[in-house]
Design a protein around this ligand. Structure first.
Ligand SMILES: [Zn+2]
Length: 145
């Protein structure tokens, strides 16, 4: 009896620790920006980013702008085909991941508070980043906005 209740107590303690660890992991996740995993397929000398449409959606940016960014960074022609994007030449999934990470830094993150909850605004041919979290307005770091 004593061992049983001791064990139960131990287990509930473990459960509590696990819950707490789970929470802190969850906190970090929501604070950081989570990009979808890139889904790449090759066909001859073409690369298809099969889940392209997920990125502009989560980035909350114009799909054409995002495609233009990738196309210019890769320096190859690109085309949107439904939810997919097609690029000339073979690109590794890591190439896309790296570019999207830079995109988040240069086109999304508020330089003042680091929040990715921003929108862009164009005034007199200059693009600004307006933060929905802290209200800061800054010039956009990225070149292709
Ligand atoms: Zn901010």
């Amino acid at each position: 009896m004593t061992t049983d209740s001791g064990r139960a107590r131990y287990e509930s303690l473990l459960k509590r620790i696990e819950d707490r660890l789970g929470e802190s992991v969850e906190d970090k996740k929501s604070a950081r920006f989570e990009l979808p995993v890139v889904d790449v397929m090759w066909e001859g000398q073409k690369t298809f980013l099969r889940n392209f449409s997920e990125f502009p959606k989560i980035l909350r940016r114009d799909p054409d702008k995002v495609l233009q960014y990738l196309s210019k960074e890769f320096a190859v022609p690109a085309e949107k085909i439904g939810d997919k994007a097609m690029f000339i030449g073979r690109r590794a999934p890591d190439d896309f991941t790296r570019l999207f990470q830079i995109y988040v830094k240069d086109y999304l993150e508020c330089p003042t508070c680091g929040s990715p909850d921003t929108k862009t605004n164009r005034e007199n041919r200059i693009s600004f980043l307006i933060c929905e979290a802290c209200g800061a307005k800054s010039t956009l770091k990225g070149k292709y906005a």
